[in-house]
Write a protein that binds this ligand. Structure first.
Ligand code: ADP
Ligand code: MG
Length: 227
């Protein structure tokens, strides 16, 4: 679905990405984890064609990409409903209602962004990204700045919506526990210039809590590769 091949990138004489390669299959959630400044956002800009690469290649079988950014980027003068509706030319009221319900915003359809809490804005941004039909959804540190409990709730909500709609997701984060909660696979990047250090397959691991031996083991491996 998405193949990132040997991507290398510098900004002037600052090397940022070095020989990055990984793949995302249909309906898979891949978490890309790496320290701040290692080139994660640069890589997603390259994947989406906003930034040219120096060496390498991106192969994507879809024609559009959806995003959830760190900041919510909602239209301030439009309601929750309209912020979601506007990204798609064909209006499917049932689908919008279902998404609003899935993300937990039922009853708030008419609210404007300035009447919503930070968590509610994120929910709206996620509903919007899923309503914008594409094969790939990229989330760039979407829950950064939220408190621990709210982040856990958001991750659960993301999995709930994804389970019903099954789309490929590239989830970018520097929080190991976020990756361990949602990912089918985890790709670990080094500090800048970012290279791929390791990949972990988590498919089939039902218990994602830290009390799970398997999860704890993967966590330890990620921590030691990053330190
Ligand atoms: P991350 O998202 O992993 O925190 P970024 O991709 O934002 O990292 O940044 C990686 C490095 O590339 C940083 O050192 C940053 O200063 C540099 N960088 C990012 N964008 C630009 C740009 N447009 N021009 C010059 N340097 C940039
Ligand atoms: Mg970033």
């Amino acid at each position: 679905m998405l193949v990132v091949k040997e991507v290398t990138k510098s900004f002037d004489d600052l090397p940022v990405l070095n020989n990055i390669g990984f793949q995302i299959a249909d309906n898979e959630i891949v978490a890309l984890i790496g320290p701040s400044g290692c080139g994660k956002s640069t890589l997603l800009n390259i994947i989406s064609g906003l930034e040219p690469l120096d060496i390498g290649k991106i192969e994507y079988s879809g024609d559009a990409i959806s995003y959830v950014f760190q900041d919510d980027r909602l239209l301030q003068w439009r309601s929750v409903w309209d912020n979601i509706r506007i990204v798609n030319n064909t209006i499917n009221e049932n689908e919008i209602s279902e998404l609003i319900c899935d993300v937990g915003l039922k009853g708030f359809e008419k609210y404007k962004p300035n009447q919503l809490s930070g968590g509610m804005k994120k929910r709206c941004g996620i509903a919007r990204a899923f309503y914008y039909k594409s094969k790939l959804l990229i989330m760039d540190e979407p829950f950064q700045g939220l408190d621990y409990c709210l982040r856990q709730e958001m991750l659960k909500m993301l999995l709930r919506v994804w389970n019903r709609r099954k789309q490929s997701v590239l989830f970018i984060t520097h929080e190991i526990d976020e990756a361990l909660t949602v990912a089918g696979r985890i790709v670990v990047m080094s500090k800048r210039p970012g290279t791929i250090l390791q990949e972990f397959n988590l498919k089939g691991i039902e218990d994602r809590s830290l009390s799970s031996l398997e999860i704890n083991n993967i966590r330890q491996q990620i921590v030691s590769s990053l330190t």
